[in-house]
Every structure is written in C-alpha cells, then in structure tokens.
Design a protein around this ligand. Sequence first.
Ligand code: ZN
Length: 388
Amino acid sequence: MLTLLKGACVFAPTPLGHKDVLLAGEKIIAIEDTIALDSSLSIDIVDATQYYLIPGLVDSLVHISGGGGEAGFASRTPQMNVTDAFRAGITTVVGALGTDDVSRTHSDLLAKAKGLREEGLNAFIHTGSYHVPIKTLGESISHDILFLHECIGVGEVAIADHRGRQPTAVELAKIAAEARTAGILSKKQGTVSIHVGTGKQKLDLLFEVARSSDIPLDQFYPTHMNRNSDLLMAGIEFAKAGGVIDFTASTTQYDLANGELAAAEALAYCLEHGVDATRLTMSSDGHASLPIYDKHNRLIGFEVGSEQALYDAFKQAVLEFQVPFDKALASVTRNPAQVLGLHKGILAPGCDADCLLIDRESFEIVDMWCLGKRIIKNKNLIAKGFFA
Ligand code: ZN
C-alpha cells in the first residue's frame, strides 16, 4: 500500500518546508520536494497543501491498564481504549503501573500493551511501579528489559511522595545501574521513570545518585515537574545539568489553583529561562487517578487523567504561551522518544509512518496514520479497537 502526501508543510519536528511524503507499508520511504510515481501503481494520493504534517505524538506515561484506587476500590480507573490515544493524535504510548502494584499486575500491563499493538498502536511498558524494592514480571529488572520486547525501562518509581516507599540514593543507584546494563545488553535505553511528589526532597535523591555513583543524571526521567514552582526550579537545575524533565498535561482546577503550573506554561517558562528545548517533554499521565489532597494529605476530591490533555497542552503551548511550533512539537514527539530510546517521534525516510495532518490555524487533526494505516480520514476516526 502506497500513500503519497502532496505538498504538506512538514515539521519533522524540525521545519522542512513544503514536501511530498511517501508512505509504503508501515514506513516513510521518501520525503522530497516533489515525488512523481508511475500512475499504473495503486496509490492513495492526499492533497496536503493546506496542512501541517507532524509526527504522531509519543506519550511517555499512560496508565494503559488502569490505575489508582486512591479513593478506594471503586476509584480504580478503567483501562485505556485504543481510540482514546488515536483521537488525541497519539501513535506511541508507554504504559506503567503506579501506586497500585498489588491489585494491578505487570502481566495485565503487558497483556494490555500487546492488545493495543494488535489494534494498531505502538505500545511499550515499564517494569516496576512506585515501589522499592522493584516488583517485576520475571525474576528481575534485567530479565524484563532483556526478554520482554515491549519493556523499555523501569517506573514510575516514586520519590518525594508520601505514597512511595521512601527509597535511598543507594537503592535508586542500584535500580538505575541494573536498568542501564540491561538496556546496553538489549539495545534499549533502560530509562528509569521517576514519579516526583510534592515532598520536600524534590530531586535531591537523583542529584545524590549522580554525585555518589557513575550513573548519569539522564538515566532518570522525572515527571510531574510542573506540580509547583519550587519543583520546577529543581527541574530547571536538573535539565541544565544534563537531564530531561517531563511535565504532566492532565491536571485539575484544584491543583492549578493551588500552585501547579499548566504543562504548557512550564514548558514556556523553562525555555524563557535558558533550558535547552531538547531537555523538555510533556506526557498525558492518561488514566491516572488524580487524587486531590488538602495540606494535611487528606483526600478531598478525585479526577482521572486524559490522553487528550497532551494534544491540548501542545496546542496551548503554541497558541497561548507563544512557544515556537517546532519546539512545542518536539516536546511531545522527538524528545520523549529520545529519552526512552525509541526510534519514534520524527519524520524521515526509514522511520515508521506515524504522522498527522493538522489544520494550520485550529490545529484540528484532519488525517492520521499509525504504522502506515489510516486512522483518521477527513476528521473522522475510521480505525476502531476491539470493543469501540
Ligand atoms: Zn506519577
């Protein structure tokens, strides 16, 4: 199956200008000023001259098999449906457990990722959860990263949070060392995703690991860095020291009124304060439980994270916070893919055909392909999952 996108304004996410882009099977095989093909071939030709062509979004943290339960069993959040990702322009997700690794299991997480793959989405997982010592599917972190194709790292391990197991720097260094070595052995990154809570330690543990061991800061990938301005300042220090930090797009009005920054605002702030744009990412934290605590850590409300929040944050960064289009786009495509070691989030010959055509004014998604398969056609979602 050949698809020729004619004359799109391409952001790869680097701006390339107007190009023809040829998709064959699951791959992009050519990006040229003009591509002329033998008309006897069966080609789906799409006039893309009015649109931007961008990579599909890479969402580095989604609770694909459901999460939470932080307000009791009834509050365990539902699984993600594949169309939740597709509607939000997401072509790659990384699933993780979270607070609950007792009623939620890695077997279930892996089965969900495999199911999403059968439905046409690129899906990966992390082994581990909030807790230390790390729980795994096989006998060890190394086993899972080496032998489970979908498993690319560990996390999200909780620090600075009353719900975490209060790991020490030595414990974190050992986790990162094992993940790093397993990554080297299996051509993966072995990234350790770090859930950062509101605790007073902020990123101190990660700096301590980098100071006291041979583990580099960029083995860790801290998320929720837009929780409050103090944490954001620690994140800026971390990014300037060579790490990559992530902002969570899903939020609540309560959190925003109590010091959390919108992910788009945090992105703009960091760029204004001299952080290299390649060190910044956003993720949805989709299907996470979003418990709302008062200052005594008492639960006073509850919401659920949404994959759509990621696309909305990208839009908001450009339209409201004047982040340059290519930099905002990189924070949800190339940058998260790079920190996770995934060959995703870019448009180039040889790359997977994960891409979107979007309206240049409204950013509405007009067309979408995931692994070369048409997902959205003329604003209509045409790919469906098994149940929806
Ligand atoms: Zn988290």
